[in-house]
Design a binder for this molecule. Structure first.
Ligand SMILES: Nc1ncnc2c1ncn2[C@@H]1O[C@H](COP(=O)(O)OP(=O)(O)OP(=O)(O)O)[C@@H](O)[C@H]1O
Length: 472
């Protein structure tokens, strides 16, 4: 929609240009409903008057830190302001109490160091430069002073920086609500270390993001009446199950598969694993490595994070046995059986993978073969077992792999939740009525995230602060 401002010859305006979104220039002629504009690169363009937006010629050279200070609050004005600030490495801008973050795609270490945390602690909102710490600080202070739970909504398109922003928020809250270490592991350490573990199992490389979360996330950090972190919970929803069996070039499957294939040799021997290109579920894409990431190092880091979160060595072994079993399951192929519409294992290789998968899952190989090659139908009268042809058995195999992976993902979430809650119950002993929380809703859909808040907090007692993200 156009703007009500009167545009005359000599006005400086913004006009839409398909290649660069918006160009600015001066109106040199007006013909009825159309204007001729001389743009900066020497070109002249003709545009409808109703589609032109006035340009603020007195705008501050470095942009403004709050969009509400703009003379004209329209799309080109907002984008111009964000771009100007981005050029100066100012990635954060307010719009009232909403923070807009533009992905810098580079580490801006000075923005997140402990000195910065100290500065934002207790500073009134808007006094310092816009920052994600300021949003967390407001949420924390409101929770303490008003004694109410609070929520922060982090929303943006894929690759915009939601996950990174959530980590910064959590880091800052851990700084505010940290307590002295007991038994070497603090709750906030556990809260922060739950991120790499979740990411190993729920993140993957996509075309737009090398570390894309393929699930929605609801993170809850619980505080006692003194404002100290007492526990945390992570609720995940809608894991992208299809990725387990179906990836396209140049994407990758979930990180954990590649991490495990880069584990120390004795672990590879234990799980009978080889290079990722050996596995059907990984070799549909030619991308095996991530630039600047060592899967071998990440594997060890994930194991360490699992230790900190409180997942026992036996449980970790069980988790990786399932991951390895899925890779072996994907390599089981079927051939036509003797009976019509039936199937058998195609060759010795398939037999090896099936037996290995059964060994890792600790189940009977015959039962596993039956589960893949037969369909069981339960009717009120009887249980009918029907053989599947090779095509249907392959579909059944993929369905099985997807199901056990998503169950594993849910199980991990519950385990990590329990271990954190355990700390809450045993070491802190806070009466429930004194427990307050700050929750993050991380979603690519702002509208859906808003609905989620209403669903999760029907009483509407949470304050909502927004962090909107833009990838440049
Ligand atoms: N504040 C930041 N500082 C430095 N790098 C960042 C920042 N925010 C994002 N990035 C970079 O952008 C990449 C994508 O960000 P992130 O994974 O947080 O996006 P996302 O919005 O969570 O995406 P998805 O919805 O796909 O999970 C990160 O891996 C990181 O390299």
């Amino acid at each position: 929609m156009g703007t009500k401002v009167n545009i005359i010859v000599g006005s400086h305006v913004w006009a839409e240009e398909p290649d660069v979104a918006w160009v600015d220039g001066e109106v040199v002629k007006i013909n009825g409903e159309e204007a001729e504009i001389q743009v900066a690169n020497g070109k002249k363009i003709v545009q409808k008057l109703s589609k032109l937006y006035p340009k603020d010629m007195e705008a501050a050279a470095g942009g403004v830190d709050d969009m509400t200070k703009l003379s004209y609050l329209h799309e080109p004005g907002v984008l111009q302001n964000l771009a100007t600030r981005y050029e100066l490495n100012e990635i954060y801008t307010y719009t009232g109490n909403i923070l807009i973050a533009v992905n810098p795609f580079q580490r801006l270490q000075h923005l997140y160091d402990s000195h910065m945390m100290q500065q934002y602690k207790g500073a009134p909102f808007g006094e310092l430069s816009p920052h994600v710490f300021a949003v967390a600080d407001v949420a924390y202070r409101a929770m303490i002073h008003e004694g109410r739970s609070n929520s922060i909504l982090v929303s943006g398109e894929s690759g915009a920086g939601k996950t990174e922003t959530t980590k910064m928020l959590m880091q800052y809250l851990a700084y505010l609500g940290g307590r002295a270490a007991t038994e070497g592991r603090t709750v906030e350490q556990q809260v922060l270390e739950s991120n790499p573990v979740l990411e190993a199992f729920g993140n993957a490389k996509t075309v737009r993001n090398n570390n894309s979360s393929r699930f929605g996330k609801f993170v809850e950090i619980q505080f006692d009446k003194h404002g100290r972190i007492s526990g945390a919970a992570v609720r995940t929803y809608l894991l992208e199950r299809s990725r387990v069996c179906q990836i396209s070039d140049p994407e990758r499957n979930y990180h954990c598969f590649y991490l495990l294939c880069a584990a120390p040799q004795e672990e590879l021997d234990k799980y009978k694993l080889e290079h990722p290109r050996t596995y059907h579920y990984l070799n549909k894409s030619n991308c095996y490595d991530l630039v600047g990431v060592s899967d071998a190092r990440e594997y060890l880091a994930t194991r360490r994070a699992m230790d900190i979160v409180g997942i026992s060595t036996q449980e970790q072994d069980a988790i990786f046995r399932v991951v390895a079993a899925i890779l072996h399951i994907g390599n089981i192929e079927f051939a036509k059986g003797k009976e019509a519409d039936s199937s058998v294992l195609k060759d010795d290789k398939s037999k090896f993978h099936l037996e290995t998968a059964a060994e890792l899952l600790m189940c009977d190989p015959g039962a596993l073969t039956d589960a893949l090659c037969k369909r069981v139908m339960v009717t009120p009268e009887e249980v009918i077992k029907r053989s599947l042809d090779p095509y249907s058995a392959t579909i059944s195999r993929d369905g099985f792999a997807k199901t056990i992976y998503s169950r594993l993902f849910d199980w991990y979430r519950i385990v990590s939740f329990c271990s954190l809650l355990h700390i809450y119950v045993t070491s802190v002993q806070i009466p429930l009525q004194h427990r307050r929380k700050i929750a993050f809703i991380v979603s690519t859909h702002h509208y859906i995230a808003g609905l989620l808040i209403k669903l999760i907090v029907p009483s509407g007692k949470m304050l909502t602060l927004n962090v909107l993200l833009v990838s440049w």
